[in-house]
Design a protein around this ligand. Structure first.
Ligand SMILES: Nc1ncnc2c1ncn2[C@@H]1O[C@H](COP(=O)(O)OP(=O)(O)OP(=O)(O)O)[C@@H](O)[C@H]1O
Length: 379
């Protein structure tokens, strides 16, 4: 088992896609207002969403995700770049002729129409019987069979967003654009709906661009995730590859890797070989990379030599050990998590199952590292 070196992480697409959505060199600039300079919200972004794929754009508030999505929809003018579908330029095509569906955080159903009336809204061109059949069909797809006659004001938040999804899917858009579609819902509902959304989009073969600031949601829903900051696409890859190789310190920090250790800190812990002296690189520890060594809990200063074979053993996969000081002990998801200080940096270490005696703040303990959850990233 080795830690992969920080390979140049793909932040953009290599060759233009031949099918589906292809965005190249996209820039969105908001004009100067009241003395403020013009603002570049999207800067030189390349991305593809091949047919049938779901791509999520993930980033902090203000990183430019919505501006990018709105530019693809045709709701924002672009300052530079190209947007094509199956190779055809869509930039001159008006919003309603692009064949793209939209779903927003607050779907804004028409309160004076029932569920069926809301869904049928986008199907005006179809004959009445066909429209009714399609409404039934998409209600089935979103898990609300027979809800057509319900007044939308009687729906729960989760049901309402399912109706919004049904309405967006009904005209069979060639691309579905979703902007924070679940963020108005509470956490449990969001998790359930994220899983359902993926199943629905995949079984329908829907091509989708999905904007969210929630990394769990992005990784649950999407085939590939693009991480944005300051208008730029920093990294674009499958969830698995993003976790294995965040590429840069910025992406690693955004994903929750901590700490990021430089060569001196890694050497101090006896983990110098993991960085192999590569200049300008850091060792980034993913959540769950550290575990409290078994037998060490409640038993201070009794084992562990930096980098070597300690007196205690860790759970399978956790091979390398180091000494750490306990800062605090917390409960998370029904398990005890230990906040430690390692090489002067804060980090979290999980307690192995069966460690009955909790450690205490201030204690010196041995932590073990699962090197599969450590990545080398550019500083
Ligand atoms: N209509 C506008 N006019 C001027 N500036 C804007 C406009 N819309 C967005 N911006 C600015 O552009 C930048 C990117 O905003 P955008 O909404 O695209 O980010 P975001 O990542 O989607 O954020 P959020 O998650 O908060 O919606 C921000 O600095 C924002 O203030």
């Amino acid at each position: 088992m080795t830690v992969a070196p920080a390979v140049p992480a793909p932040a953009s697409e290599p060759a233009p896609a031949t099918s589906g959505l292809c965005v190249r060199g996209l820039r969105v600039v908001y004009p100067a207002t009241r003395g403020a300079a013009p603002l570049t919200a999207v800067d030189a972004v390349d991305l593809d969403v091949p047919r049938g794929q779901i791509l999520a754009l993930l980033g902090a508030s203000g990183s430019g995700k919505s501006s990018l999505l709105r530019a693809v929809a045709g709701l924002e003018d672009i300052a530079a770049g190209t947007i094509t579908w199956d190779g055809d330029d869509v930039v001159p095509v008006p919003v309603h002729r692009r064949g793209f569906g939209l779903m927003f955080q607050d779907g804004q159903l028409f309160p004076f129409r029932d569920v069926a009336g809301n869904i049928a809204y986008g199907l005006a061109g179809l004959p009445r019987p066909e429209r009714a059949r399609r409404v039934e069909e998409v209600l089935d797809v979103v898990g609300l069979p027979g809800y057509g006659d319900r007044a939308v004001t009687t729906l729960s938040g989760g049901q309402a967003q399912r109706v919004v999804l049904a309405r967006a899917l009904a005209p069979r858009p060639r691309l579905l654009l979703l902007d924070e579609p679940l963020s108005a819902l509470d956490r449990a509902l969001r998790e359930q709906l994220a899983t359902d959304l993926r199943t629905i989009l995949k079984t329908q073969g829907t091509t989708a661009l999905y904007v969210t600031h929630d990394q769990d949601e992005a990784m649950t829903v999407a085939d590939r995730v693009g991480v944005m900051a300051s208008g730029r696409l920093l990294r674009l890859d499958t969830p698995e590859r993003l976790w294995a190789n965040p590429g840069s310190a910025r992406v690693a920090r955004f994903l929750g890797f901590a700490p990021l250790l430089d060569a001196d800190a890694a050497a101090h812990l006896g983990w110098a070989d993991l960085l192999a002296g590569r200049p300008g690189e850091l060792l980034a520890l993913a959540p769950g990379a550290l575990a409290v060594a078994q037998g060490d809990a409640g038993n201070a200063d009794d084992g562990g030599t930096p980098g070597g074979g300690p007196a205690t053993s860790g759970p399978a996969g956790y091979e390398l050990s180091a000494r750490a000081r306990v800062a605090a002990v917390r409960m998370r998801g029904g398990r005890r998590v230990v906040e430690v200080e390692i090489a002067g940096e804060p980090a979290m270490a999980v307690l192995a199952d069966g460690d009955a005696e909790p450690v205490r703040a201030g204690q010196e303990i041995t932590v073990r590292l699962d090197r599969r959850r450590a990545a080398v990233v550019r500083a």
